[in-house]
Design a protein. Structure first.
Length: 141
């Protein structure tokens, strides 16, 4: 299996914490590669902390769409993904998360690892896809 710098496996969870000065496109590709690696290793979760990636501005809505499409293809529906990003990179409405979830990704974005890990720990099955910004209540008929 392929090895990747800044990728660590602990049990069934992968951690990816790259530090580099890259373009937005390179950052998207790096995270997609980590998602694919997590799938190849049969991991349940991936925490990708991209706060150490610099060299680009917060993405536009189109940029968020492009990353959602690419990451959805890379992650598939088999792993849960928590992304940790600097606060200025997180859209208040988490539009990128919504776009990725519409493509089958069980994921969310956070400004710190503590919240990301708590979210992953609460998600025990791939069928649980509700992101942190949606509070849905099930109504039984």
């Amino acid at each position: 299996m392929k090895e990747m710098i800044a990728f660590e496996q602990v049990g069934t969870r992968g951690f990816y914490r790259p530090v580099a000065h890259v373009s937005f496109e390179q950052a998207v590709d790096m995270v997609a590669e980590a998602m694919q690696l997590a799938r190849e290793h049969g991991l349940a979760d991936l925490l990708a902390n991209v706060a150490g990636l610099t060299g680009f501005s917060p993405p536009s809505v189109f940029g968020r769409y492009a990353l959602a499409v690419k990451w959805a293809k890379a992650a598939g529906s088999g792993i849960r993904v928590a992304i940790v990003a600097r606060p200025e990179f997180i859209d208040p409405q988490k539009i990128g998360v919504l776009m990725a979830q519409n493509r089958g990704v069980a994921g969310d974005v956070f400004s710190n690892e503590i919240d990301a890990l708590a979210w992953l720990d609460l998600r025990q099955g791939a069928a649980q896809r509700t992101p942190s910004f949606l509070n849905r209540t099930r109504i039984d008929d």
